[in-house]
Design a protein around this ligand. Sequence first.
Ligand code: AMP
Ligand code: MG
Length: 409
Amino acid sequence: MRTVEEHLATVLAMAERAAPVRQPVSTEPVVLADDLAATLPVPPFDNSAMDGFAVRAADVADVPTRLRVVGDIPAGTAPTRTVHPGEALRIMTGAPMPKGADAVVPVEDTDQPVGDVPVPAHVEVRASVQPGRHVRRMAEDVGVGDVVLRAGTRVSPAVVAAAISVGVGEWSVIPRPRVAVLSTGSELVAAGVRPGPGQIPDSNGPMLAGLVEQFGGVVTAMLRVDDDPAGMRAAMDQLGDVDVVVTTGGVSAGAFEVVRQATGEHVDFVTVAMQPGKPQGIGRWSVGDRQVPLLAFPGNPVSVFVSSWLFLQPLIAAMQGLPAQWPSLELPAAEGWRSPVGRRQYAPVRIVDGAVLPAHRLGSGSHLVASLHLADGLAVVPQEVERVEPGDVVRVHRTDGAWGGTPGT
Ligand code: AMP
Ligand code: MG
């Protein structure tokens, strides 16, 4: 049996970082290939933080005082008029500050009503303002040339907002690895189909597809095949242009292990000292003229979940040039559970009031698929431990949130 670390090293040895491509800025969760510097300052010009009146602070040192309103500055227009002593310009939030003015008096601190009213001839100012008050200074957030986003950042909606705000419309990114997902098993039926005798719904395929997306990959093929090696090989020849192949089922010691039979000498079948997920296949598969990594997971859904977090997530990260990392924390066990000696257990656990308990009362059984969704993470139980006792501290890797693949986090 090999250790999880040894198996992971074999997986990562197959990872090749994809070449960057240029594409329009979008929220597709790709990874930035280069540092991005601002081509526009943020804010792009001095502007008002309030709806109100642009004034000279010195004019409103003593209040109340009356100023002549010499015009209006709606957002999206450039002011042409200078504010001279004794004058004000009505200004809206985000509109550029006019020359001469050095502060904004919010409309609430004047005699003017809020809302859609004609610009008045005069305004009575009832509160003084310091110079600079309610003015957002040009470049106070970011100056031109400042690096706002680092290479290796995974794109999120806020990343998109940052890039667009500094004038970026196109960027170089490491594309998402394209992943083919194959569920094997003659017992499998599609979601929602009532299973016949001996049949079960294929929950692995859709779960794995979702995990691929969660890890930053993109699923370009999702297939279900019977325990028939010729049929499986035919399906494997139709995967299209993919970067990774992941199969479930058909790798253990049964009589009809289709993945073993169909992939032949291209894949090594090994045992890994983990529970669940002991039987694993790993190799390369020819896709056109390329050899892409193939991970063959066992069929039990909890094994698929654990194997995906342990091996597929780091593989996808590495193919995007990101370090393998999986944040963990140490928490006490609220309840005890059993663990097999000689294999490291990854037990689906809930985190309740700062302590962990098994997501299912039967522990980490690899078939307990319907309670897997209750898990906030996987508790790691060392291989020599036979039983986790209440109060024992265990390391827990979270599996609930999206995995943040940004360097330094
Ligand atoms: P296998 O590794 O093919 O022997 O499968 C192990 C167990 O997982 C069996 O009970 C299968 O019925 C079950 N299983 C295999 N594939 C799937 C799947 N795609 N969805 C749900 N359960 C599965
Ligand atoms: Mg099977």
